[in-house]
Design a protein around this ligand. Structure first.
Ligand code: C2O
Ligand code: CU
Length: 463
């Protein structure tokens, strides 16, 4: 038998191909209990947005837009990644608390899944809500070319909506001919990041969904874009409230200029207008030309439901940190001192480094020894992290495998949300608390992928 480290090394040096491709061994009981979902990584062509030409060389997890996966809280999920791309890939389950060897970070938590190979992901989702999945290998390319899909983890008891609409928000970087252009411009990587050119919602432009008049709809907004921070609003007179943020229930609030960046989610409970044909739109105001990311159109006779019929969503069983006994750890996000990097690591590199966490610049996308955590944490111990943003840009800071609570900020009022990805504003100092409950090596990185890939990545070891 190979140990996990040996399997990783085997993949690094090209040894032990059989062990690399066969994945983590499964118990037969696990396999037998629920059906398996296959994710077939592949190249496809698709007409995006308003284009009437097919965009070629898209990447997906199936023949069209990556499927929205439904899981049941507390029930084992079995997924198989089958790699039909022409490069290695993996799947990361964004926002999940799961065993470290299921986290999908190539090189750190599992071997690369090579072309023609497969890998089985088996885990139990502990928390209900809206999540997503994406590769964690050559991520800037693979996500930019399409590999971002949504996950719904159902609550134990149906909260009572009439309709549930996943809203996958992202851009694609296309030229006038509808084909991909260079994914980033280094001078933008060193700033807020490079934006796409084609704005999409579920790979369409400003789609309209019909819903029964007077019914209750749950809109699950998920920003899977690699760069864009949205600022979303519903009209003032719209009957709606945000009921969960980043998967976890929150004190409800109206959707008004709500900033939501790469990796983040918001669940909106919306009452469809009573009059047939009436439309209600969610509009993005983060750009000079606001646009409607989605419209809901009332159809038929009003069923006269009331938002009050939806009770509070049940809390997720996230480990609660003990603030009176927490260790304080500063985490500084800054520009990098050194700019050079290895140009072509297996999991994709940009060839330069602009960013750092606690002055450490990530060099480890397959081109070095990944074995130095920036922090070693103790399982079941409580921590307060201070995210210190030393840059003039906003960074959506994501931690793998742990859910943290926002405590306070030096710049604004914050709500005590539970999250896996927090937007840290320019010059902001934000304190968050967490209690790690699973051993292993867990990434912390900015979810603006150009920042992630040009240094703003590190990992913490929980032991
Ligand atoms: Cu969406 Cu490293 O994560
Ligand atoms: Cu960033």
């Amino acid at each position: 038998m190979y140990s996990r480290r040996q399997i990783l090394k085997g993949s690094l040096y090209g040894m032990g191909a059989a062990a690399v491709g066969s994945g983590i061994p499964l118990t037969s009981e696990l396999m037998a209990s629920t059906p398996r979902t296959d994710f077939v990584a592949q190249h496809i062509s698709h007409k995006l947005g308003t284009n009437d030409v097919e965009t070629k060389n898209m990447y997906s997890f199936g023949p069209t837009i990556p499927p929205t996966i439904r899981m049941k809280r507390g029930e084992e999920f079995h997924g198989r990644l089958i790699n039909n791309l022409e490069e290695p890939t993996t799947i990361h389950w964004h926002g999940f608390r799961l065993p470290n060897n299921m986290d999908g970070v190539a090189y750190l938590t599992q071997p690369y899944v090579y072309m023609g190979d497969s890998f089985d992901y088996n885990f139990v989702p502990h928390d209900a809500g809206t999540y997503w999945y994406h590769p964690h290998c050559n991520s800037l390319d693979q996500l930019s070319y399409g590999m971002t899909g949504m996950i719904i983890v159902e609550e134990d008891d149906d909260p009572g909506f009439d309709q549930d609409i996943p809203i996958n928000l992202r851009d694609f970087r296309l030229g006038g001919d509808g084909q991909f252009i260079k994914l980033y411009q280094p001078r933008k990587t060193a700033r807020a990041g490079t934006f796409g050119t084609m704005r999409t919602t579920n790979w369409m432009s400003e789609p309209t969904y019909e819903a029964q008049a007077g019914s209750l709809v749950r809109l699950r907004l998920c920003v899977t874009d690699v760069t864009r921070i949205y600022k979303l609003s519903l009209p003032k007179d719209g009957e709606a409230k945000v009921i969960a943020v980043d998967g976890h229930p929150c004190e409800p609030f109206p959707l008004r200029h709500f900033s939501i960046g790469p990796g983040q989610r918001a669940d909106v409970a919306l009452r469809v207008p009573d009059v047939e044909g009436t439309e209600i739109a969610i509009t993005n105001y983060s750009s000079n030309n606001p646009w409607d990311v989605v419209k809901i159109k009332a159809k038929g006779q009003s069923v006269k439901r009331d938002l009050a019929e939806i009770g509070a969503l049940p809390d997720n069983p996230v480990p609660r940190p003990d603030l009176s006994n927490a260790e304080y750890i500063p985490m500084e996000f800054s520009a990098a001192a050194e700019k050079a990097a290895v140009p072509n690591p297996i999991c994709g590199g940009l060839g330069f480094k602009f960013w750092a966490i606690n002055t450490s610049v990530w060099q480890k996308d397959g081109a070095g020894d990944p074995n130095e955590p920036i922090k070693v944490l103790k399982k079941n111990k409580s921590y307060v992290f201070e995210f210190i943003n030393r840059t003039p840009h906003t960074h959506p800071i994501h931690i793998h495998g742990m859910t943290f609570q926002i405590l306070k900020s030096n710049k604004r009022e914050v709500a005590p949300w539970w999250t896996d990805t927090a937007l840290v504003l320019p010059d902001e100092k934000m304190q968050v608390a967490l209690k790690p409950d699973t051993e292993g090596d867990w990434l912390i990185h900015c979810h603006i992928l150009e920042h992630q890939k040009s240094g703003m990545t590190a990992f913490m070891r929980v032991e």
